[in-house]
Design a protein around this ligand. Structure first.
Ligand SMILES: NC(=O)c1ccc[n+]([C@@H]2O[C@H](COP(=O)([O-])OP(=O)(O)OC[C@H]3O[C@@H](n4cnc5c(N)ncnc54)[C@H](O)[C@@H]3O)[C@@H](O)[C@H]2O)c1
Length: 339
């Protein structure tokens, strides 16, 4: 391992989305010497309110597209690191219309790494465990950095493509980059289209939650705060050219998660509706994050899932003005898909 990298000016793409904005809060709180420039297009998933109230001398929002070469070049030239979160991120949307996924996830990544290469800027690429496809429910294996890529949806295949571009830019052009592939996040500021916020906001509205397929799909849940601390750790201590898997040993099936939410609302555990599964729905994801823990000494701190979920439910109860404007349109979209 080399010395610790100490960035002072970082560009965070997608910093008005769920995980990116949680990372911006984390950096402002934990790393007082760092200035953050957020580059975000403010798609339906981006909300400037996610970073509102942060000190203006620490965080600047630039509204723009990561595919805009001129803008990206200008911002990257003035930075010492780029942390790339911006993406089209929702599987169901990628099945309905893959085209924005190709543009943002593939072309957008290409635009950023070209600028980082040109200006010699450190780059961290935030990706997902979904690039590895899925595991069988009865398979004891977990994903490692050596697992072959086998993406299932247009979302995960465009993320996989972007990971490959980064690997190539490291090898062929000497880009100073690291990659992380993380499991499913939960916590505040997550869009109501996603599984946990959808169930919580349905219950707040007195609507029965909806569960896909047979509910046995397993996800490896991590609190978004732990994802942020892991990304910072990799950015500052990771070995150039390496991939690190991020996970917190949080495997649970969707039925168990839904029952935990129902319990928190004091509702019977079968008080929900089954809905049609989505095509190609992955069965199980599970992360082995031993490399990150062993090499860089990272450990998750928020591993009490019930406590993290209770806090997240509380956040949605207290922040209805944040999620309400997106709720109806999201449910209309799901109804059209029979879900
Ligand atoms: N959500 C998860 O559980 C999870 C797990 C592992 C990895 N990831 C990865 O983390 C990243 C962030 O995910 P998220 O759940 O926060 O997504 P999100 O959909 O909540 O946020 C994405 C953000 O990117 C912005 N954006 C989209 N296209 C853009 C463009 N062309 N130019 C500039 N900004 C653009 C959006 O406005 C939004 O603010 C993604 O790269 C995703 O693949 C997510």
């Amino acid at each position: 391992m080399g010395g610790t990298f100490e960035p002072e000016n970082i560009v965070v793409t997608g910093g008005c989305g769920f995980i990116g904005s949680n990372f911006v809060h984390h950096v402002v709180r934990e790393h007082p010497g760092v200035h953050v420039t957020v580059l975000d297009k403010l798609t339906y998933a981006g909300n400037p309110g996610n970073i509102a109230g942060l000190p203006s001398d620490r965080v600047e929002l630039v509204v723009g597209d990561i595919c805009d070469e001129g803008l990206v070049d200008r911002l990257v030239a003035g930075a010492d690191a780029v942390v790339h979160y911006a993406a089209e991120s929702h599987n169901d949307n990628s099945i309905a219309d893959p085209s924005p996924f190709l543009e943002t996830n593939v072309r957008g990544t290409y635009t950023l790494i070209e600028a980082c290469r040109k200006h010699g800027v450190r780059y961290h690429h935030v990706s997902t465990d979904e690039v590895y496809g899925d595991l069988a429910l009865d398979d004891p294996a977990r994903f490692t950095e050596e697992t072959p890529y086998r993406p299932s949806s247009p979302y995960s295949s465009t993320k996989a493509a972007s990971d490959m571009l980064v690997r190539t830019w490291v090898r062929t052009f000497g880009l100073r980059a690291t990659i992380s592939n993380c499991s499913n996040n939960y916590g505040p500021y997550q869009h109501v289209e996603k599984f946990i916020p959808r169930q919580i906001t349905n219950l707040i509205d007195g609507v029965r939650p909806k569960l896909y397929g047979d509910g046995r799909n397993v996800r490896d849940w991590i609190h978004t705060e732990d994802h942020s601390s892991a990304v910072w750790c990799i950015l500052t201590k990771g070995r150039i050219g390496e991939t690190y898997l991020i996970g917190a040993d949080g495997e649970r099936d969707n039925l168990a998660v839904l029952r935990e939410i129902l319990r928190a609302f004091g509702r019977p555990e079968d008080d929900f509706d089954w809905v049609r599964d989505r095509p190609g729905h992955d069965r199980r994801y599970a992360i082995d994050s031993a490399k990150l823990r062993r090499e860089l000494g990272w450990e998750p701190a928020r591993t009490d899932f019930a406590a993290g979920l209770a806090e997240t439910i509380e956040w949605y109860r207290e922040n209805e003005p944040w999620w309400r404007p997106a709720k109806e349109a999201t449910e209309v979209r799901y109804r059209a898909q029979g879900q």
